[in-house]
Ligand binder design. Structure first.
Ligand code: PLP
Ligand code: SF4
Length: 340
């Protein structure tokens, strides 16, 4: 074993190492033996399956239509080219200001800090993103330090940027030391007031939310904001609830963004249950995104007309503050474009 000399891994790293990486293994665990589910090998070559065991434990047994399973199980439909779909649907390349730094919207700059995720969502708009060229490399390396300085210089040159968004991949796959160094660098830019993290880990790898991480975030001069990503109430089990409670106790504001996905959450009851569950856990239901048209994700798309009807139906049954903003990202627009 290559890692025998290393100090013991943190709990969340061990959990990630044990994640399901082969569809047949996951399906066996779920007692789900539909042979047609295993037909998707070509789709997995450049974006392999990755599913933490805790997330798989939230899926229904023997149900090939489980909404959590559908988000993560490679499917043959991913290999079909579809007109209007491409590799970079949100034009991240045009927004790139330095390696790893995207600036699209006034006042905010987004840093891609990690190319890795703890789960591979099959609808992900960054599934074809060139992380090696555009990543803010690991802050422990010389190249990482250089790139951080270049990114910070680019932010400093734009004094109206008051918020830095850490994204990826998943920024919380950096360990605490690397994250803390990065936060200290950003704190040195006086113009920056807020630090936002977009992360799916409180949902898919809740053991990452340790007391040390909460302290790291809440003790910064920067006002932290954490945006989680849950698409269905069933994703928010007991472990996620505990993780979110720790963050809320540390007075870190919590928001959620979902993607509207066919057969996963394209249903008013499902969206309403998600909204209620989020609020119970102290999370504001911020955005419901229309899918970005990335190659391999067309089978998840919900038509705009149906999306608007779903939103109207949510407005009819929920208090206004539980209803998310329905948006689509349109390249070149000054912000997310509201659809409703
Ligand atoms: C979505 C996004 C943001 C954040 O937009 P908000 O509307 O503030 O949530 C910022 N920068 C980039 C590049 C984005 O894609
Ligand atoms: S966690 Fe986010 S970035 Fe990672 S695969 Fe899922 S949608 Fe994409």
């Amino acid at each position: 074993m290559a890692h025998q000399q290393q100090p013991e891994l943190a709990g969340w790293k061990k959990e990630l190492a044990r994640a399901f990486r082969r569809p047949e293994e996951l399906l066996r665990y779920l007692d789900c033996n539909a042979p047609e589910l295993l037909e998707a090998r070509p789709a997995t070559a450049d974006f392999p399956m990755l599913v933490p065991r805790g997330f798989a434990a939230l899926m229904r047994r023997a149900d090939p239509r489980d909404p959590l399973l559908l988000q993560v199980l490679p499917s043959a439909a991913e290999s079909l080219p579809v007109a209007g779909y491409c590799k970079d649907p949100v034009d991240d390349r045009a927004a790139c200001r330095a390696p790893g730094l995207l600036r699209k919207y006034a006042g905010r700059a987004l840093i891609i800090v990690s190319g890795a995720c703890a789960v591979h969502c099959r609808y992900c708009f960054r599934r074809h993103f060139s992380y090696t060229r555009q990543l803010l490399a690991h802050p422990n390396t010389d190249q990482g330090e250089e790139r951080i300085h270049a990114a910070l210089a680019a932010i400093a040159a734009t004094p109206n940027v008051h918020e830095v968004i850490l994204s990826g991949g998943d920024p919380l796959l950096l360990d605490d030391d690397a994250l803390s160094r990065l936060v200290k660098h950003i704190e040195q830019l006086e113009q920056v007031r807020r630090l936002r993290l977009h992360t799916r880990l409180p949902v898919v790898l809740p053991s990452r939310i340790t007391p040390a991480l909460c302290t790291l975030l809440s003790s910064s001069r920067l006002r932290p904001v954490l945006v989680i990503h849950a698409n269905h109430a069933a994703e928010l089990g007991a472990a996620a609830a505990t993780a979110l409670d720790k963050l809320a106790q540390a007075r870190i504001p919590l928001l959620n963004q979902s993607v509207l996905l066919r057969n996963v959450n394209d249903n008013a009851e499902v969206l309403a249950a998600l909204a209620e569950r989020l609020f119970d856990l102290g999370v504001i239901n911020y955005y419901l995104h229309q899918l970005d048209r990335v190659d391999g994700a067309a089978h998840f798309e919900v038509a705009d007309e149906q999306a608007r009807q779903l939103l109207a139906s949510l407005h009819a049954r929920l208090p206004g503050y539980l209803v998310p903003r329905l948006v689509r990202e349109i390249p070149g627009a000054p912000g997310k474009t509201p659809l409703a």
